[in-house]
Design a protein. Structure first.
Length: 252
């Protein structure tokens, strides 16, 4: 039997994807819409406030394509808070005109692959801070879930820890060559959701997502062992941009 790698967990993560029922939204009176937007902005303002007290993080994004229109990412110290956030949002008037085509529950995870054996990373304040990250305020985000393959000779979980460590070192080196251009937050979801990890990437240039993910496809750990779910990409929304997105160009 191979030895499981040690993992370190931080804040819990909830990726809440929403689709807007525009027919329903446009059938509301202008005054009704205005009230629901105010309530929405008030709610997301309160979600964002946790950052000031380092009790979590929050981001809102417009998502391209048919899979979703909006993404709200919440990071919180406990799963119970994520449940509160979910129900709080669902009770708003705006949520009534949305559906949830996808969501993802996971927890910020760092693994010991690149940590020299015998050292305790938790004594390093920088390491600990990475377990409780403030979502980068970049203009673009990309999210997708992934697994490590378990099939025939390509079974990640049957490899020795040395083999896994060596492949993860190569992975980390590719990743680090994107330092300053792409930030990643890896969230683990074994036992929490349908895939093993959520990959959340942040950048000011969407092409960097394409370049990074493509380069990794040629790296053994992704080429042989990576299985991927659907990709979601979008732009960060300020509260003002969220308001405009909902209110602009609607007649009546
Ligand atoms: O050096 C370090 O301290 C961290 C090294 C590192 C680890 C351990 C690292 C670096 N990653 C690690 C773990 Mn990663 N990562 C992904 C994807 O699309 C694909 O092919 C894969 C999706 C991307 C794009 C990416 C980017 N990484 C992991 C794990 C957990 C694996 C496990 O435990 O078995 C997954 C699933 C995963 C997937 N990785 C980096 C990056 C980038 C940009 C870096 C360097 C920047 C950084 O350190 O944050």
């Amino acid at each position: 039997m191979s030895q499981a790698v040690t993992t370190y967990e931080g804040w819990y993560a909830y990726h809440d994807f929403r689709k807007i029922d525009w027919t329903k939204w446009k059938s509301l009176s202008a005054e009704d819409r205005r009230q629901r937007v105010e309530e929405l902005l008030d709610t997301v303002h309160q979600f964002a406030e946790v950052e000031e007290h380092r009790r979590g993080s929050f981001g809102q994004y417009a998502i391209l394509g048919h899979k979703a229109d909006l993404l709200f990412i919440h990071l919180r110290p406990t799963m119970d808070e994520l449940n509160e956030v979910k129900f709080r949002f669902d009770k708003t008037g705006f949520a009534e005109v949305t559906t949830t085509p996808y969501s993802y529950t996971s927890v910020v995870e760092l693994s010991a692959y690149t940590i020299p054996p015998g050292t305790d990373p938790m004594s390093d304040p920088q390491f600990r801070a990475r377990l409780e990250p403030i979502l980068p305020k970049t203009q673009y985000t990309c999210f997708y879930p992934m697994n490590k393959r378990r099939s025939g000779n390509d079974n990640w979980y049957m490899l020795s820890s040395e083999e896994r460590r060596s492949m993860m070192r190569s992975h980390g080196m590719i990743g680090r060559s994107y330092a300053g251009r792409v930030r990643q937050i890896i969230t683990g979801s074994v036992g929490l959701d349908d895939w093993e990890w959520g990959v959340s990437l942040f950048s000011d240039d969407p092409l960097s997502f394409k370049k990074l993910v493509y380069e990794m496809r040629f790296d053994e750990v992704s080429a042989r062992f990576g299985d991927f779910g659907s990709f979601y990409v979008g732009s960060r929304l300020t509260p003002e941009a969220l308001r405009n997105l909902l209110e602009e160009h609607i007649q009546g």
